[in-house]
Ligand binder design. Sequence first.
Ligand code: HEM
Length: 190
Amino acid sequence: MLKSLLFLLSLIPLARLTWLSLHNGLGANPIEFITRSTGTWTLVFLLLTLSITPLRRLIGRNDLIRYRRMLGLFAFFYACLHFTTYIWLDQFFDWSAIVKDVIKRPFITVGFASFVLLIPLAATSTHAMQRLLRRRWQQLHRLVYLIAIGGVLHYWWLVKKDITQPALYALALTLLLGFRLAYRFISRAP
Ligand code: HEM
């Protein structure tokens, strides 16, 4: 029940974008609007995915783990929309321009790397893959930390003046990763 509700809530950003595009509500630069919105939601879902484990430990609700995979897959879903907007509406499938852009602009390089790293995580997100890969699954899925750091860096580097927003995401990520480190340290202490 709660899972279905969370699923529907996670679709709201997409529903909002669809509604706005059908009603001329995307402003003067619709492509920029869609890119920014899908990028923001990718980052938000990444951080939500990373907040499940600290929350489980803080409130002692182990069943929260049931929602982690879905949140992670929504991060991938919005990343796909974000990337598609870029290659389709922004670059018009001009592959040589895209390759040049990925090489030349550091914020695109790091965003692209984060997106590529998300693919194996999404592909191995099933329970069957988790059983098959065992320890290696955990090692592979630790890439999510790198992806989230890449996502924040991507945002930080693309902002020209006011860094308040990326700084807030960086703070949230630092707290989430810091909690994990502290927990590891404390639980290993004799
Ligand atoms: C995990 C991967 C990614 C995350 C978390 C992410 C996140 C974001 C965020 C938060 C923004 C800014 C939103 C705002 O201004 O409010 C953004 C903008 C943008 N992203 Fe990404 N992104 C990712 C991957 C990519 C990839 C693969 C590309 C293209 C190769 C890309 C291209 C862009 C562009 C062109 C912008 C708009 C820049 C501008 O407004 O000047 N991103 N992204």
